[in-house]
Design a protein. Structure first.
Length: 156
């Protein structure tokens, strides 16, 4: 990124991030369409309430993974493979140490979060179930973003 047009480099760096956000939006639209047409109104409300929660976690861990990508890319580009390994080890250590507390906190905060979001009592049960499933699956989402950041740092 040190040679050539800065605008082009910044654009090429941000396009995958933008594409990821568009795909997340598209996923939510499809999710809403399927649930709205084939399940119930309460389930549709659950998906609507759940999206900001999902987006919060996805954005948070995409940002952390992007930070890891920068560190890894700098070390990899500089030929410091020991630093690359150290950065990857640090990311995995942080993941392993934080995933259980983050998941537990998310699961414990489902009910208070639903109160703050003013979930309609008619949709409470389905929204709670949906959010519990989403929060229990954080390990997959966080793991995916972490590994995508590591691969991105290697230029892949």
């Amino acid at each position: 990124m040190t040679a050539g047009s800065p605008f082009r480099h910044i654009l090429m760096f941000t396009l995958p991030l933008l594409a990821g956000n568009f795909l997340q939006q598209f996923y939510n639209m499809v999710d809403s369409w399927v649930v709205g047409n084939f399940v119930s109104d309460g389930a549709l409300a659950a998906v609507g309430v759940g999206f900001p929660v999902i987006f919060l976690f996805t954005s948070l861990f995409s940002g952390i993974a992007t930070g890891g990508t920068v560190v890894i890319a700098q070390a990899f580009g500089g030929g410091r493979l020991g630093r690359v390994r150290s950065a990857i080890d640090s990311l995995y250590t942080a993941f392993i140490r934080s995933i259980l507390p983050i998941t537990a906190a998310a699961l414990l905060l489902v009910n208070p979060l639903m109160t703050v979001l003013r979930v309609d009592p008619a949709a409470w049960a389905e929204t709670r179930t949906y959010l519990l499933v989403v929060c229990a699956g954080l390990v997959g989402s966080i793991g995916y973003n972490l590994n995508a950041g590591i691969l991105g740092g290697h230029g892949q």
